[in-house]
Design a protein around this ligand. Sequence first.
Ligand code: C5P
Length: 307
Amino acid sequence: MYARKAGAAWEILAPAKLNLYLDVLGRRDDGFHELETLMAPVQLYDRLEWRPRRSDCAAEFALQLDPSTVSAGGDVPVNEQNLVWKAAAALGREAGVMPHGVITLTKRIPSQAGLGGGSSDAAAALQLCNAAWGVNYSAGRLASLAAELGSDVPFFLAGRSAVCRGRGELVEPVTGMPRLDVVVAAPRVGISTAAAFKELDAPLVDVPSGRRTNNALSQLINDLLRGARAAAGWRMTNALEAAAASLCPLLRRVGTVFASLPCCAHLLTGSGSAYFAVMPSARQARRAAAWLSSLDLGVVYATATCR
Ligand code: C5P
């Protein structure tokens, strides 16, 4: 994702993500969990636009929501709590620039869904302000700011499918990933990531020895790279599913409904509550979305992962 100039404004799209594989190796003594996950950006986007401050506006810097955002669900703060604001403040501090201008955030990605919306917005805000303020930091310099903002932010900054380790911030891009047609259902009740990890109650793990090469994940990537979607589907798993289902019992029904789809795989993304299926074609993803939409499981999208 790159910021694009549009007259006096700059704009950028912030994609959602899906976890095609998520293993939790254990709990670390810093309170985070050691992960091994394969994440892919997905074609469902928030949009951020930066404009120079108007002369009648008192604040140097402001964040506002586009009115169409309301349908995305969840409470989206437009103050220092929002990761977009935090990203702008962090870049301003690092670069010695006073945050300025107005960022308008159009949210389409549901909150607390495991789709990475907030983290993606943060990565997008770093790139947007980097361009709009003329800071022009390299991707490497932005990456260290990204890791401080959240575990998934470096992945979105890298902007492509990747294996992510550590607490998620150690990003190894995977090249040559195929397009996957997916259908995603986001229940109206979200799940807090911290609550899902707590519910998992994972044993303590030693960090350096935790970073091992996992055979199941290597095989999944091999299957994907050779286009064997059905074989890949069998290897897609998410270690947070049971924890998420005990926090959001509707997920058990969602899982049962998805099991009746003619899909290659169906699983939770991240810590939920969104659930997705990998479908054999875009047409089947659209048909599944139409059917799922009639079942009141939440907001449903037919979309695709990108590379
Ligand atoms: O890094 P981020 O701010 O997105 O994480 C939110 C919360 O999720 C953390 O405070 C932590 O409780 C939990 N988490 C975790 N292990 C990770 C990532 C997140 O325990 N690898």
